[in-house]
Design a protein around this ligand. Sequence first.
Ligand SMILES: [Zn+2]
Length: 280
Amino acid sequence: MQQLSDPMAAIMDKLKAKSQAFSETTVAIEEPEYNCPRCKDTGSYLVRKKNGYFIRGVEVEQDYYVECECSKMLKTNRLIKSSAITEEFQKMSFKNFSTDGVHPKVIEMKSKANQYYTAFDEVRGFRQNSIMLIGQPGCGKTHLLTAISNYLIHAKQVPVLYFPYKDGMNNLAANNFERKNEIMDRMKEIDVLFIDDLFKPIGGKVDVKAWQAESIFEVVNYRYLNNKPLLISSELSLDDMLYIDEALTSRLFEMAQDFTVTIPKDMKVNYRLRKVFENR
Ligand SMILES: [Zn+2]
């Protein structure tokens, strides 16, 4: 009996020890933990760097605060949320913009968009700081400008606001005076404003109400005077835009003169219809 109980006791001891260890880990998990152990949720951490000074032949090291990746991610997430860019549009990049078999003008448009993004830091503070892609609907203008917006937010943490012209105008009309001013102020002050489908025709007809023209002019003129970049798409030609609003269009053209591409109206350019033509 004695011989049997000893191993039994040993097993019991082992089990006890195990359960104690388990409860200890449980306690450890319950202790307050940081979302980001690296910076302990402060948003920055110290790194020791050599600073190029030597004392008696030994390079001096100094502590520097660097912004933690978690802080950058948080900022990016906030910017995505406030940009009004939908989940579907957040996927748009230069990489997933296919140029197989498209009109040469569409290839030029993509390369212009790329150039604009590359030049952004240099041009953003100047009058000529914007990009305008106009003409043929459905050839990927929105895709490319959305891609630029996404890169600006993710890689440079630049605040961007997406303003789809038709829905945005309906939204302005549905709001009271105070709220309308609030939205317009945001459109004026945001670092980058993306106006998608400016003067979008409805049922093939361009119908711009006086208050709509005034509102959009107020925003564009403010941004023109304060050197704030615009990303503009429109399916109208420059001539049509000039006819609708000369003052507005001439400002847009001045701001985007280095980065304007007009896609000719030609069914085969149509990005959405390309598949149909390929199958013929
Ligand atoms: Zn962190």
